[in-house]
Structure formats: structure tokens, C-alpha cells
Design a protein around this ligand. Structure first.
Ligand code: KIV
Ligand code: ZN
Length: 535
């Protein structure tokens, strides 16, 4: 790999290696392959595919990625041991741009307690490792594990030796997330001065034990780093690694300050983050920068008022620029009349002043009772009815049974009231209770929803906690959300499903022709409850 342009920072993604090896984040080989394609689309420079000697699963996923994924350089990790290095080289055989990433611990603590080796032995092993890797391929990266707790002179000595042996990327991991921005910046400046060769690319690899991984990586860039190792959503060992979405967005938004840029297609950050969440089941906290659900949500009345006049008042970047559809004005008890009027307008209501006052009063008393007021509630208020009486589909009854043995199938039956007042009942089986429930709802309404996200969280505490189900449904390019709250999470899920359906109806997204044929329930033949083989 040629050295990068002076202002280009290479993004080395290690989600599939350092990220995947952390608890709760494991992925199948097929998922890793799919995610590697997503990383290539995102525009990362290097994908670390795995640590092949550590498991057969890592090795086979790396082989599959090397066969299929084109664009980024593909790296595989190896200790400075011949077997590790040969295995890593083998799995990358079909890659068109392979890289061997060899590492050894360099800090006094690791030398003594982990390796039982002295400095000279570590130095010799590092040189042998890099030389062996170079015999197998041109692109070799050397990492000095626990570099930030290594004597700076020894660190410079081993990096210089690795460069002499043929490594052109010199990675300086803060393995235990111990450093600070000022310290790591000074270390990179020191190392750059000791190894001044133009084609030596210094790399930062920061862990987040003190919550400083992104700040430290940015400081390393200020000190001369031209590669950053990071993961999507910041997943990784213990508190995680540097979060790619935060790092690249900081570089973009503050480009004039850092004078550095990456090749990342920022609009793919949120979709890639969501893909990872879906694959691992590990969700990001709501207030996580860039990709958290609240990252562009505003609830306080003053903020909402400002946002409606000029988004720059409370936002430093456009949500669309990182892949969100738009900022979310969350209506709750802190919201003001301006935000309510704006949301009513979006929902197609344009009340007169007096009518708006009336709706606002009703909205305020509802908001005192509910944590968040959803679009369906607002529509109901605007229609002059309370939420439960809003026109549309309504859930009347629901029964769900689940099973784990071979002879029981998760099954759901539902009874709904249709928008024209008729009743319909349906049942279906599925892979699990929620799948069966959604299948039964689809049968009853005749509408299949393309569910893109589903989450249940508790909104109160205690044994009788209320669960809130949030559903994201995709219709073409647009996303619609639905919410439901109940002490029974399956009922909450059904309410969320129906909430989206009703929203789609009101917005005219569901064609009349798509609507199911409804017959009143008192006509016995119309009560269609049947068990189906699969849903
Ligand atoms: O944190 C670390 O030191 C690592 C190295 C193996 C690069 O992940
Ligand atoms: Zn690491």
C-alpha cells in the first residue's frame, strides 16, 4: 500500500476482529461476510477480517471475505509466531489487497507477566515476525501491544526495527485505554521524529476504558497518525474501541481544525451501525453520538422553537449527512405550541388559532400522563377524540402461546376491529411468538409490513413495569415508526404494529386495493380463525 496523501487518514476497521471478540458481539461467518460488504460500501480503507489462528470460525470467515470482498485492503492478525503468520497468510490467499498484521506486547508489565521475555527477546521476536510476514506479502503492519505503557525509547527502538524489517504501518495500541489526549499526541510526535521516513504510516488503536478512545485517536492524528483503527458503534474489548462514526464525523465537521479527511461515505454510517445492531443484538444507547436514537432528537420547548427557526441553533451537522432521515422533534411535556403546530402540519392538520389552543391544552394534559406523545396521539387529539377512539384498526383480543419442544409451535391469534367497525380474527404460527403475532396481524389486516427494526424497552420500573415496543417499518425509501405500551410486551408489540398500520393508512401509503375485505364478526362464517402451517 502506498503512503496516504498527507491529509488522508486511513480508516482501519476492526469490528470483525477486536469488536467481534467482545462479549455479546459474536457473529456467524455469513454475518461477517455480509458486514464486510457493508464496510466496503462504507468506504473503509482496511478491514481486519479476524485472528485466524484463534479459531476455525475466524479462519473460515476470513477466507470467505478474502474470496468475495473487493475494494478495501484485507488484514488478518497474527502473533509473532510462525504458525500464526502462516495461517493468517493462507486465509488471505484470494484477497487482491492482503495485509499481515503482526503484534507482540512491548510494555514492562506484559513482557514480564504475559510473555516472560526481556526487551532483547521481544525485539528479536518482533523482527523475526515482521521478516517472516514480509516473505509472504508486501503489506505488513506491526503493532506494539500495550504501547502506551511501554518505555518511549524502547517503543521507538522496536518500531524502527519493525520498519527496517519491512513493516510500513506502525500501530501504537493503547491496549488498556490508559492514555490521555495530550500524552498520546506527544508520543506520536516523538515517534514521528524518531522514524521520519515518509513511507512509515503511524496508526492509533485506542480502547475506551476511560471514555477517551475517540478523543485520543483525534489527538494521535494531530500528532501525525495517518491511520486510525476503530469499530462501528465502538464495540470491542471491555469498554470498547474508538467508535468509527464519531471519529470520522468529528474529522468531517471540524475539517478546518484537523486538516485531515477520510474516504468514508458518511451517509452510510447510520445504516451500517443499524446493520451491526441487528446482527449482534447489541443495541447502542439512545444518547450515543451520531447513531443513538436521541442524537438528533429535541424535546425541550426552547430547543424545539430554535430548531424550527434554524436547525443550526442546536445541531452542528445535518442528520441526513450521517444517514438519518431527519431530526426528530420529540413531543413531550416540555414541548411548546410551535413544535405541536409544526407536527400537526406534518400530519396534515392546519388548525385555526382557537382550535390550536384547544388541541395544545389537551396535548399538555396528555403529556403530563405519558412520557412521550406519539403521532397517533396527536392525530387523535386533532380529530377531537382521545387516543383510543382514533379511527383505524384497533386491537380487541390477543392470545399468544410459545413453545420450545418439538411438538409445540409458537402461535398467535388476534381479533381486531377494522376501520369500518367490522371485526376480524386470524391466527398464525411463526419462528417465535413475536413472529407469529406479526404474521397473525398481517393475515387479519391483509397488509404485510416490512419491519426494519423492533425494540422493546421498559418505561417504568418494578415487577409491573410498562414495556414499550418500538417498530420501524420501511416503505420504499421512507421509514415509519409505531409505538405501543403495555405491561404485556406482546400486547405492546401488537399495538406498535397497529400504530404503524394506522399511520400508513392516514397518510395514504396503503392503497385501497391492498386493504383486506372485512366482514362483520357476527356473521359466523366471517370469523376466520385458522391455524396455518408456517408464517
Ligand atoms: O488492543 C490491542 O493492543 C490490539 C492489538 C492486537 C492490535 O488489539
Ligand atoms: Zn485492541
Amino acid at each position: 500500500m502506498n503512503p496516504p496523501a498527507p491529509d488522508h487518514v486511513r480508516i482501519f476497521d476492526t469490528t470483525l476482529r477486536d469488536g467481534e471478540q467482545s462479549p455479546g458481539c459474536s457473529m456467524t461467518a455469513a454475518q461477517k461476510l455480509r458486514f464486510a460488504h457493508a464496510l466496503a460500501d462504507l468506504g473503509v480503507d482496511i478491514i481486519e477480517t479476524g485472528f485466524p489462528i484463534s479459531s476455525d470460525a475466524d479462519a473460515s470467515a476470513s477466507v470467505a471475505i478474502a474470496r468475495e470482498v473487493r475494494g478495501p485492503t484485507l488484514a488478518a492478525l497474527a502473533r509473532c509466531h510462525p504458525d500464526d503468520i502462516d495461517t493468517a497468510a493462507r486465509v488471505l490467499e484470494s484477497a487482491d489487497k492482503p495485509r499481515l498484521h503482526v503484534f507482540i506486547s512491548t510494555s514492562p508489565l506484559h513482557r514480564e507477566h504475559k510473555l516472560g521475555m526481556d526487551r532483547e527477546q521481544v525485539l528479536a521476536r518482533a523482527i523475526e515476525g515482521v521478516q517472516r510476514a514480509r516473505q509472504l506479502m508486501d503489506d505488513v503492519e506491526f503493532s506494539a501491544e500495550d504501547a502506551l505503557r511501554t518505555e518511549p525509547d524502547f517503543l521507538a527502538e522496536i518500531c524502527a526495527a519493525a520498519y527496517e524489517a519491512g513493516a510500513r504501518t506502525l500501530n501504537i495500541p493503547d491496549t488498556v485505554g490508559y492514555t490521555t489526549p495530550a500524552e498520546i499526541r506527544a508520543l506520536f510526535e516523538f515517534l514521528r521524529a524518531r522514524i521520519p521516513q515518509e513511507d512509515a504510516v503511524f496508526s492509533a488503536h485506542c480502547h475506551d476504558d476511560l471514555g477517551l478512545a475517540v478523543a485520543n485517536s483525534l489527538a494521535a492524528i494531530e500528532g501525525g497518525a495517518r491511520q486510525v483503527e476503530c469499530t462501528i458503534n465502538g464495540i470491542g474489548e471491555r469498554a470498547g474501541n474508538c467508535a468509527m462514526e464519531e471519529l470520522v464525523t468529528a474529522l468531517r465537521v471540524r475539517e478546518a481544525f484537523f486538516s485531515a479527511r477520510t474516504g468514508i461515505d458518511s451517509r452510510r454510517l447510520v445504516p451500517t451501525s443499524r446493520l451491526l445492531t441487528r446482527m449482534t443484538g447489541m443495541s447502542v444507547q439512545r444518547n450515543k453520538a451520531i447513531v443513538g436514537a436521541n442524537a438528533f432528537a429535541h424535546e425541550s420547548g426552547i430547543h424545539q422553537h430554535g430548531m424550527l427557526r434554524h436547525p443550526g441553533t442546536y445541531e452542528i451537522l445535518e442528520p441526513e449527512s450521517v444517514g438519518w432521515s431527519k431530526s426528530q422533534i420529540v413531543l413531550g411535556r416540555h414541548s411548546g405550541r410551535a413544535a405541536l403546530a409544526d407536527r400537526l402540519g406534518e400530519l396534515g392538520f392546519h388548525p385555526e388559532e382557537a382550535q390550536l389552543n384547544q388541541i395544545f391544552g389537551a396535548f399538555k394534559s396528555l403529556a403530563e400522563k405519558k412520557r412521550e406523545v406519539f403521532d397517533a396521539d396527536i392525530e387523535a387529539l386533532a380529530l377531537g377524540a382521545d387516543a383510543s377512539a382514533a379511527s383505524g384498526w384497533r386491537l380487541l383480543r390477543l392470545h399468544v402461546s410459545t413453545g420450545v419442544s418439538d411438538d409445540t409451535l409458537p402461535t398467535a391469534s388476534v381479533e381486531l376491529q377494522s376501520p369500518d367497525g367490522g371485526r376480524i380474527a386470524e391466527a398464525a404460527t411463526g419462528d417465535g411468538p413475536v413472529h407469529a403475532l406479526f404474521a397473525a396481524l398481517a393475515r387479519a389486516t391483509g397488509v404485510e409490513l416490512d419491519v426494519d427494526g423492533y425494540q422493546v424497552s421498559s418505561v417504568t420500573t418494578g415487577d409491573d413495569a410498562q414495556g414499550q415496543a418500538n417498530l420501524v417499518v420501511r416503505v420504499g425509501e421512507a421509514e415509519y415508526t409505531g409505538n405501543g405500551t403495555s405491561t404485556d410486551i406482546l400486547e405492546a408489540s401488537a399495538l406498535a404494529w397497529i400504530d404503524v398500520l394506522n399511520r400508513l393508512r392516514r397518510r395514504g401509503e396503503i392503497e385501497v386495493a391492498d386493504a383486506p375485505r372485512i366482514t362483520p364478526i357476527n356473521d359466523a362464517s366471517a370469523t376466520r380463525v385458522r391455524r396455518v402451517a408456517s408464517a
